[in-house]
Design a binder for this molecule. Structure first.
Ligand SMILES: [Zn+2]
Length: 409
């Protein structure tokens, strides 16, 4: 495998040395609403990465957490009069249905944060014991100035970090009890009527960042090969994960590769609930096939923001049908692929090896489909080409449902 993957840590395309299994941790959803296109894009990229690594013979040990207790889910629970548990159960069910409908390879585990409170408390105890954290009135904060390399992932200057912190967690950035405004919450004393767990620091609940350090350690070990998520998680979430994990395990680096997927935009703006410009996966799958949606999302490289455009998605439906037709072209004889086809296969491999260049890979797939359609009478060529086409399609996760079938709308 000669995969070069853009690593946010180094800001370069680094050679991904093959290991088996490849441990992959991706930050998952907060289950209080339906899966939107931004989620789909992020998790689809890690599906492509998993397929690519598997194609090269390595197993992927993939874990994706579920943040089932935090500010946003508690707020939604208050608004709807439903408990955070019920909300979690309902939207985790919907999420798993949506990603299955998109044909994403399942993770080995989808651990819920609330299933590992003890593990988080154990980490917090050790951080306190080693002076990486301090407790004030039932809240526990991470002491950022004990990590001289805090900020090495995001490379943000301190004043910019403070601004991000302010917009993300305004309730704590100005907390005068903190030694440093950048210190972040590990354990939070629960407000009245909020869910809480007993702890040595009084009843409370975990901060957001600590769950991923705890779950990665519990499910994958002290160091992982690839850590992924949306690009909006680089700071503070992933920066804080690095600080906690490396402080508690003494192992460096926590993750060899950090892979971040850019956002999906509507009319040039990030999709957000407050602007009411969300597009949900299940709504789109009522009208378009999973293959068309995959092609639509994968036609923009994952490190470029994607501007969602429904007419473009509609055109991908036609292309998905053309690929499915070419794949089902009937041919009889088996022959070794000719030299030209070998070049096509090599080009496809090179595209994915080059930081998962799916736009280029799809271009190659599309050209191959067109050439099969036009040369269907040349059986020798068509047989090898059709095999290659099926292989390319499966590496991009296309299901190739025949046009007109229920799943190939
Ligand atoms: Zn996370």
């Amino acid at each position: 495998m000669a995969l070069r993957l853009f690593n946010t840590l180094t800001r370069s395309k680094d050679l991904f040395e093959p290991v088996n299994p490849v441990t992959l941790y991706v930050c998952g959803v907060t289950p209080y609403d339906t899966t939107h296109l931004g989620h789909a894009r992020t998790y689809l990229q890690f599906d492509i990465l998993g397929r690519h690594v598997a194609h090269h013979g390595a197993r992927v040990d993939y874990v994706q957490n579920i943040t089932d207790v935090d500010e946003s889910i508690l707020k939604r629970a208050r608004e709807t009069g439903v408990s955070y548990r019920e909300l979690g159960d309902r939207f985790i069910g919907i999420y798993l249905e949506d990603v299955a409908a998109l044909g994403l390879l399942p993770a080995r585990a989808y651990p819920r944060a609330t299933g590992s409170i003890e593990q988080m408390q154990e980490i917090i105890r050790r951080l306190l014991g080693d002076g990486f954290a301090y407790e004030i009135e039932g809240d526990v904060f991470f002491r950022v100035n004990r990590r001289s390399d805090f900020g090495r992932l995001s490379r943000l200057p301190r004043d910019e970090m403070l601004q991000v912190e302010a917009t993300q967690d305004g309730s704590t950035v100005d907390d005068p009890r903190k030694e440093d405004p950048l210190d972040f919450v590990l354990w939070k004393r629960s407000a009245p009527a909020e869910p809480s767990w007993a702890s040595p620091w009084g009843p409370g609940r975990p901060g957001w960042h600590i769950e991923c350090s705890a779950l990665a350690l519990q499910y994958l070990g002290p160091q992982i090969d690839i850590h992924g998520g949306g690009s909006d998680l680089v700071y503070p979430h992933h920066e804080c994960e690095i600080a906690q994990s490396e402080a508690v395990t003494g192992r460096h680096p926590f993750a060899r590769f950090w892979v971040h997927v850019e956002m999906v935009r509507m009319d040039g703006e990030k999709m957000s609930k407050s602007d009411g410009n969300m597009v949900f996966v299940r709504d789109l799958l009522q009208r378009y096939s999973a293959d068309a949606l995959r092609l639509c999302l994968l036609r923009t490289h994952y490190r470029t923001p994607l501007d969602f455009d429904e007419p473009f998605l509609a055109r991908q439906e036609e292309i998905a049908s053309m690929i499915a037709r070419a794949a089902s072209t009937k041919v009889r004889s088996a022959a070794t692929p000719d030299a030209e086809l070998a070049d096509v296969i090599a080009a496809f491999d090179e595209a994915l090896d080059d930081d998962l260049d799916t736009p280029r890979a799809i271009q190659i797939l599309e050209e191959l489909s067109a050439s099969i359609t036009s040369s269907a009478k040349d059986e020798r060529l068509a047989y090898g080409a059709r095999r290659a086409l099926r292989s390319f399609s499966s590496r991009l996760g296309l299901q190739l449902a025949p046009p007109g079938s229920p799943s190939g709308r």
